[in-house]
Write a protein that binds this ligand. Structure first.
Ligand SMILES: Cc1ncc(COP(=O)(O)O)c(C=O)c1O
Length: 393
C-alpha cells in the first residue's frame, strides 16, 4: 500500500518569472467560494459580468468577448481554428517562442502558413509586414504583442492598418500585455485577440480571454466547413456565453470564472491607466537598479516590455545557480532564457500584483547577494540605491 500524500502546503513564493504572477488574496478567496451549477442564475450573472469587464479591459465593444476554458494556448488555438479553414493562407510573425507556437497551431489547423521571421529580441517593421502582406495576400496575419520569451513589445496599430488595407484579418497574442499595457482592440482595429489569466491579470492560469471584431465574426459565419476543434468551436461556445441564446456546450470552470471576475474587478478598481503607469514605473526602477549592478537588457530600450525584463546574465555567472539561490534562499522565482537566449538572459517578471516597489527592491538586494556568491565584485547596495533614487524622483 502506498502512503496517502500530505495535504497541500505550497511554499510562499514571490513570482517574478514569465508567469504565473502573484495572485491577489481576494482572487484566491474568490476561487474558494461555493461552487454553483453552471446554469445557475448566479453563475449566468457572473458570466455576463466577466464579459462586460473583459470588454473594458480589452477596450472594445465587441459582442463576441468571453473567457475560453483553458490556458493562453487554448486562446491561441481558438482564434486560429475559428478563422482558418484548410488551405487558407496565414502569415505568422515569428520572433520568439510564442510566434513559433502560433505557426505550429496554424499548420495543424490546415493553414498554408507563411512564416515571417526576425531574430529573438527584435520586432517587425511596418515596411516588412507591408511587403509580405502584398506578396502573399493572407486571410489572416498572426502576431504577438508582448513576446514573453524575449521581452520585446511589438507595435500593432500601423500593422493592423496594413493588413486591413489588403483585405486580411489581424490575430494578436496579448497573453502577457493585457492588464499591463494598453491593448486597444477597437482603436487599433484588432480582429481576433487572446490572452491568459496568469500574467498581468494576476489570476491563476486556467482561462483565456478572447475577443472577436464584427469583421472576424463575419469570417466565422461565412465558413464552409465546421471548425476543426469541437471544444473551441465558437459557433457553439458563443451561444453558451450569450444571454439570448444560452445553450449548454461544456461545463464552464465555475470557480476559475469567479477568480477571473475578481481579478478583472481589481484591474478596473485600480483603473487601466494607473495600472499601466504602475507597470512602467516599476520597470524603470528595476532597469535603473540593474544598470547600477552592471546588468543590461537583452532588447533595445524602445521595445523593452515593462512586465517582462529580459536581462543579460553577466559573464562568468552561473545562470541556474543564481536562479536556484534566488528561489531557495529568498523565495523569488525568475525565469530562464528561452531558445537562443537560453543561458544568456534572465526573464524577470513584474506582472500584475507582482509589479511593486517592494518586489523590485527585494529582488535587487537578493540578486546582489547571489552575484556576490558568484564572486562578482559590486558596490554594496548599488542596485537598491539606484532603484530607490528612481522612486524618490
Ligand atoms: C505570449 C504568450 N503567448 C502564449 C502563451 C501560452 O499561454 P499558456 O502557457 O497559458 O497556455 C504564453 C505563456 O507564457 C505567452 O507568454
Amino acid at each position: 500500500m502506498t502512503d496517502t500524500p500530505q495535504p497541500l502546503g505550497p511554499p510562499q513564493r514571490i513570482l517574478m518569472g514569465p508567469g504565473p504572477s502573484d495572485t491577489h488574496p481576494q482572487v484566491l478567496s474568490a476561487l474558494g467560494a461555493s461552487t454553483v451549477g453552471h446554469l445557475d442564475p448566479y453563475f449566468l450573472k457572473i458570466m455576463n459580468e466577466v464579459q462586460s469587464m473583459l470588454r473594458q479591459v480589452f477596450q472594445t465593444k465587441n459582442e463576441l468577448t468571453l473567457a475560453v476554458s483553458g490556458t493562453g494556448s487554448a486562446g491561441m488555438e481558438t482564434c486560429v481554428v475559428n478563422l482558418i479553414e484548410p488551405g487558407d493562407k496565414m502569415i505568422v510573425c515569428v520572433n520568439g517562442v510564442f510566434g513559433g507556437r502560433m505557426a505550429d497551431v496554424a499548420e495543424r489547423a490546415g493553414a498554408e502558413v507563411v512564416k515571417l521571421e526576425r531574430p529573438f529580441g527584435e520586432v517587425f517593421s511596418s515596411a516588412e509586414i507591408e511587403a509580405a502582406v502584398k506578396e502573399h495576400s493572407p486571410k489572416v496575419l498572426g502576431i504577438v504583442h508582448a513576446e514573453t520569451s524575449t521581452g520585446a513589445l511589438q507595435p500593432l496599430e500601423e500593422i493592423s492598418r496594413i493588413v486591413h488595407a489588403n483585405g486580411g484579418l489581424i490575430l494578436v497574442d496579448c497573453v502577457t500585455s493585457l492588464g499591463g499595457l494598453p491593448v486597444k482592440v477597437d482603436e487599433w482595429q484588432l480582429d481576433a485577440v487572446y490572452s491568459g489569466t496568469q500574467k498581468c491579470l494576476s489570476c491563476p492560469p486556467g482561462l483565456a480571454p478572447v475577443t472577436f471584431s464584427p469583421r472576424a465574426v463575419e469570417a466565422i459565419d461565412k465558413r464552409t466547413r465546421k471548425v476543426q476543434s469541437w471544444y473551441l468551436d465558437l459557433t457553439m461556445v458563443r451561444n453558451y456565453w450569450s444571454d439570448s441564446s444560452r445553450a449548454y456546450h461544456h461545463t464552464a470552470p465555475i470557480n476559475m470564472n469567479y477568480g477571473l471576475h475578481e481579478a478583472l474587478r481589481l484591474v478596473l478598481v485600480e483603473g487601466l491607466e494607473n495600472r499601466f503607469a504602475r507597470h512602467r514605473r516599476n520597470h524603470e526602477a528595476l532597469k535603473a537598479g540593474l544598470a547600477a549592478l552592471g546588468i543590461r537588457y537583452a532588447v533595445a530600450d524602445e521595445v523593452a516590455l515593462p512586465m517582462l525584463n529580459a536581462a543579460q546574465i553577466p559573464d562568468g555567472v552561473d545562470d541556474a545557480a543564481v536562479r536556484s539561490q534566488l528561489l531557495n534562499e529568498f523565495g523569488i522565482e525568475i525565469g530562464a532564457g528561452l531558445g537562443p537566449m537560453k543561458g544568456k538572459t534572465w526573464r524577470i517578471g513584474l506582472m500584475g500584483e507582482a509589479s511593486t516597489p517592494r518586489n523590485v527592491l527585494l529582488f535587487l538586494a537578493a540578486l546582489e547577494n547571489c552575484l556576490a556568491t558568484q564572486g562578482l565584485e559590486l558596490t554594496p547596495g548599488a542596485g537598491v540605491a539606484a532603484a530607490g533614487a528612481y522612486y524618490r524622483g
